[in-house]
Design a protein around this ligand. Sequence first.
Ligand code: NAP
Ligand code: GLV
Length: 311
Amino acid sequence: MRCALVSDRLDLRAFLGAELARIADRIEVVDHFAAEPVADIRLAVAWNPPRDAFERYPNLQAVCSIGAGVDGILACPSLRPGIDVVRVVDPVQAQTMAGFIAWHVIGHQRSFATYRDQQRDRIWRSLRQRSAQSVPVGILGYGEMGRTVATHLALLGFPVMAWSRTAKSAVSPVRVFHGREGLGAMLGETEVLVNLLPLTSETQGLLNRDLFDRMRRGGYLVQVGRGEHLVEDHLLGALENGQLSGAALDVFVDEPLPPAHPFWGHPGIVVTPHDACDASAGAVADTIVATADAIQKGERPPHTVDRERGY
Ligand code: NAP
Ligand code: GLV
């Protein structure tokens, strides 16, 4: 099956690399901007597709993301109703996320930023050692990423809470919450808040002043969802007034983060360039093949998202 690679931000051919040769007997990839003819394209792989991208493909049946999130594809105005949108579910990606989150949670618990400053100034001074048990972590989103992160943090000794849209049965030791009331209850006990939500109309702007005010004073934000979850000025305000002591930000409304952006130089903020964890090229290639198989059999591809729900 022919598959169009659609992105104006990322070289998808380079990203998939040697995996393209591995699946070449099944999938022939064509570059979006060169693809001719287009009537036989039923499958595309996309990341931040241009607004008119899918107009080119009148017989398109499915679009695969190259990651867990599909917000960029769902937001594309040329994505017609009825086209399946497929995400990648990669346990290794989730495990890499867990390591990334643990880095920041432990960094806050053990005051790594202060040690870094002390080293810069050649100061030998012991800091108070806080136990993991004394730092409750609240996770927004208890899906593929949230569950793996919760398990890893619990193993490290952190009291872990997780919030989802629908009710979940509690898997000890993770305490689960859902809905608006559940969010309030979790935030009241949260010192480190980890955002692992998908970007939807319901979750956009959720990380705002009101939410920060409901956390424990001096809390910490780890933001790895999407930039649009965060009201940027409200974060700066919460850092200014001490409601938050710091934040680790991996995703931004404008990516790359513009050089003049105040986050770059803020002493309480750690910036990483949307690098928490990529799905592996192998997992993406497997997703493409499984989607092509499903199209050929006239079935719904595995990991097709609910377009109404937005994830
Ligand atoms: P997922 O498996 O679909 O899980 C999403 C979770 O969010 C589910 O628990 C869902 O609740 C919950 N949720 C959705 N809308 C909600 C709402 N309105 N209120 C409360 N909870 C809500 O997604 P995932 O694979 O864990 O990935 C989550 C997100 O992480 C991605 O969409 C992406 O934005 C981000 N991500 C970022 C990176 C990075 O490198 N920075 C890497 C991977 C993923 P239910 O369980 O009730 O449905
Ligand atoms: C990365 O941001 C992903 O959604 O996988």
